[in-house]
Design a protein around this ligand. Structure first.
Ligand code: NAP
Length: 326
């Protein structure tokens, strides 16, 4: 296996268009690992650009996207997928010859389709998706270790320059990620089931509970450690980003939703018929999947449903928990 060129700059000048959770994490990690000589960042609003200056996570903060990409040999677009086409059109004429342009969007076929036509000949376009994130947004939310031991999927077009792909692969490896290469269409199908559908389910469940508002105000929140709390964390993810994901990955999500609805119908029937064996078999299969995820290091085995409630003291309560005479 080829060793990545760790700890020496792979690129001279990295331009980050968008400096939210993902962009700012790339800036922090690239600086920490010394993978680029210089970082130029920009964001849509003056307020975010000002915050990036205050956080000092880039060497320069540019006022416009066009200015940010001047002289950059690596440009990474870190904005919601629905905005990628317009930004590619804006930066296209200002890109340096031979530069690599990439992105971090959670959907790949639509980004490829919308950005590629605006990138001039001689530019190497290698879309990417770091499968790492949190429910927080903005430059304060980023951290250098976000990509460590996470996957980053590259979806180069068929005619992509192999040298440019290899260099971007080394860049992500230097940030701690494991890199996989696949087609954009395959990526979108896989992520529809592993990420997009779970988010849709979380948004649905939390919304349904909220509609039962009388319950929500009391018991649902009170007893949320029973699993609902994890849904609320996922459902707190950025609304703009996720709106764009569902619009951009419509076909794959609809395909997975169709299968999901069939499976829900099967489980519904098992519950109605009192078919305990069917339920047990299904749950045993899913428990094994969870164990597999922990075994390959993609999650911690630490108990999660029982994690401390933020309002409770971190130390165990003294026993007995309640006075005998209560
Ligand atoms: P974020 O924290 O909300 O940051 C988004 C950044 O994009 C901000 O700097 C924002 O600027 C800028 N921006 C927003 N709309 C724009 C527009 N129309 N034109 C130009 N710039 C715009 O978002 P994020 O979580 O970093 O997500 C960025 C991308 O990463 C998305 O495509 C998402 O699919 C992908 N991704 C996210 C995660 C995750 O867990 N969050 C994981 C993997 C990949 P202002 O602050 O000035 O508005």
């Amino acid at each position: 296996m080829t060793q990545p060129l760790l700890n020496r700059p792979l690129f001279n000048r990295l331009a980050l268009i968008g400096t939210g959770l993902i962009g700012s994490s790339i800036a922090r990690a690239a600086r920490e690992q010394g993978t680029v000589r210089e970082i130029v960042a920009t964001a849509r609003s003056a307020a975010t650009r000002q915050r990036v200056v205050e956080l000092a996570i880039a060497d320069q903060v540019a006022a416009t996207n066009a200015e940010a990409v001047e002289g950059a040999d690596l440009v990474i677009v870190c904005i919601p997928v629905g905005a990628c086409g317009a930004v590619a059109q804006e930066i296209g004429p200002h890109l340096a010859q031979g530069a690599t342009v990439s992105d971090v969007g959670s959907v790949k076929a639509s980004v490829l389709h919308e950005m590629a036509p605006h990138l001039p000949a001689g530019i190497h376009f290698v879309p990417a998706h770091p499968v790492a994130g949190t429910e927080y947004s903005g430059p304060d939310a980023g951290f250098a270790a976000l990509f460590v031991n996470r996957w980053c999927i590259l979806t180069p077009p068929q005619n992509a320059d192999t040298q440019a792909v290899r260099r971007l692969k080394h860049f992500w490896q230097a940030l701690g990620a494991n890199v996989e290469i696949m087609t954009a269409e395959h990526h979108d199908l896989v992520l529809a089931v592993t990420s997009h559908l779970p988010h849709l389910i979380a948004y649905t469940i939390v919304g349904t509970a909220d509609e039962l508002s009388q319950v929500t105000r009391s018991e649902v929140l009170q007893f949320s450690a029973g699993g609902f709390r994890d849904f609320t964390r996922i459902a707190a993810s950025d609304p703009t980003m996720w709106r764009d994901v569902f619009l951009a990955n419509k076909d794959a999500v609809l395909e997975m939703l169709g299968r999901f609805n069939e499976d829900v119908a099967t489980l519904t029937r098992a519950i109605r018929r009192g078919d305990g064996d069917a339920l047990f078999d299904h749950f045993a299969r899913t428990r094994a999947i969870r164990k597999g995820i922990v075994a390959i290091g993609q999650d911690s085995p630490a108990p999660d449903f029982g994690r401390p409630h933020p309002d409770l003291p971190p130390e165990p309560l003294p026993r007995p928990y309640a006075a005998e005479n209560e």
